[in-house]
Design a protein around this ligand. Sequence first.
Ligand SMILES: Cc1cc2nc3c(=O)[nH]c(=O)nc-3n(C[C@H](O)[C@H](O)[C@H](O)COP(=O)(O)O)c2cc1C
Length: 421
Amino acid sequence: MKRVDDFRLKLAHRELVPIITGGMGVDISTAELALAAARLGGIGHISDAMIPTVSDRRFRTRFVTDKQKKYKYNVANRDKSAIHFDLGHLAEATRMHVGRTMEAKRGDGLIFINTMEKLTMNNPRETLRVRLAAAMDAGIEGITLSAGLHLSSLALVEDHPRFRDVQFGIIVSSLRALTLFLRKNARLGRLPDYVIVEGPLAGGHLGFGMDWAKYDLATITREVLDYLRQEALDIPVIAAGGIFTGTDATQYLELGAAAVQVATRFTVTHQCGLPEKVQQAYFRANEDDVEVNLVSPTGYPMRMLRSSPAIGAGIRPNCEAYGYLLDGSGHCAYIEAYNREVDRQPEGATISVRDKTCLCTHMRNFDCWTCGHTVYRLKDTSRLLPDGSYQILDAEDVFRDYQFSVDHRVAAPPEPVAERV
Ligand SMILES: Cc1cc2nc3c(=O)[nH]c(=O)nc-3n(C[C@H](O)[C@H](O)[C@H](O)COP(=O)(O)O)c2cc1C
C-alpha cells in the first residue's frame, strides 16, 4: 500500500516531500509553521497579507501606528480615497518578515510566500509590485499567486534579477483560469513553475460561486492534468482543499498530482498563529457549524465557522490603519454596507452589518474563523484533556502523519508531557 513518502516533488532542482503547508493570512501560517514544513523536507508558506501589521507584531515596528496617525483626520470621512500605503514601509515590512524567516530556515525544504491579488490596497499595481519585488529581494524561494487571476502580476517583476530564479506558482480553481493565465503570460517566456488546483472544500476565499458544492477537486485536477499533458507542458500540479489524511493525499499523487497543499489540519498546531481560544473552537466545531457565505468584501465566497465574531459585527471601517481591500478608487464593499446601516439606524443605536464584514480588522484580530470544510474532523486528530479542552498538536506530528500514514488512519498525538507518569 502506497503512502505519501513513496513520492517526491521535483521542483527547483530538488526532490521534496510532496507536502506543502498552504498560505493562511493574516499570519495564521506563521514563519514557525513554514519553517517546520521546510525542515521536514516539504514546502511551507508564509503569507504577505497585512504584512505591516505582522511586522509591527513580530518586530515592534510602527508601520500601522504611523499610517493611522497620518490619516487620523479622515476617520469620520466616508470617502477613503485619500488613504495610501507608504510603499517604502510596505517594502521594508515585507523584507523584514521574509528576510527573518529565510535566515531561520534549516533543512532541505523550501519557503514560499502566498500573495493575494485581491489585496488591492488602494493602488493595486504598485502595491503588488512592491510586495513581490521586496519578497524576492529578501530571498523568498517561491511565490504563490492567489485570490485573483493574476493576469498581469508576473510582468510587474519581469525585470527583477531573480525573476527566473524564484519559483512562481498560481492557485486556480478551474482549467479556464489556468489557460487565461498561461495565455496572458506567454510573452514573458516563463511558465509557472507549479500550479495549485484548489477545490471547493478549502479554507479562506473560494475560487467558486455559491454553487461551489457542484464542483469537486478530483475532477478539476484531472482536467488540468489532461490539458497539460495534451499541450506537452511539464508543470507540476498540486492538489488542495479537503485533503485530510495521508491516504487522501496519496490518492491525488497516484492520480498524477506532484504534491498536495494542506492547511486546515495545521490550524490546531502550536506553530499556527491562531490564538488557542480559536483553535479550541475549531476542534469543537461540528459539520453544521461551518458555512460558506458572502460576507467578505472581496466578493468571493468564504468558508468560516458560523460563530465567527466577524459575522454581524458593525465596527467602523478601519481603513486609516489598514485599508487592504480598498480598490484603486478608495471603495470597499464593507464601507458601503456600514454607511447604509448607519443611515438606517437612529443616532446612537448599535450598528450591526450582516451582509459584509470589515475583513481587515477581523482577520487582524483573529475574529473571522475561516477554515476548510473538514474542520469538524479535527477533534479526531487530537485528544480531549481532563479540563475539557483538546490537546494542541505539533506541526511536525501532523506533517509526519500526512507523510507516513496509510488506510485513512490519523495517528493520535503523543501524550502531553504532564500526563506521562
Ligand atoms: C485559516 C485559513 C486561512 C487561509 N488563508 C488563505 C490565504 O490567505 N490565502 C490563500 O490563498 N489561501 C488561504 N487558505 C487556503 C489554504 O492555503 C489551502 O489552500 C486550503 O485551505 C487547503 O485545504 P485544507 O484546508 O482543506 O487542507 C486558508 C485556509 C485556512 C484554513
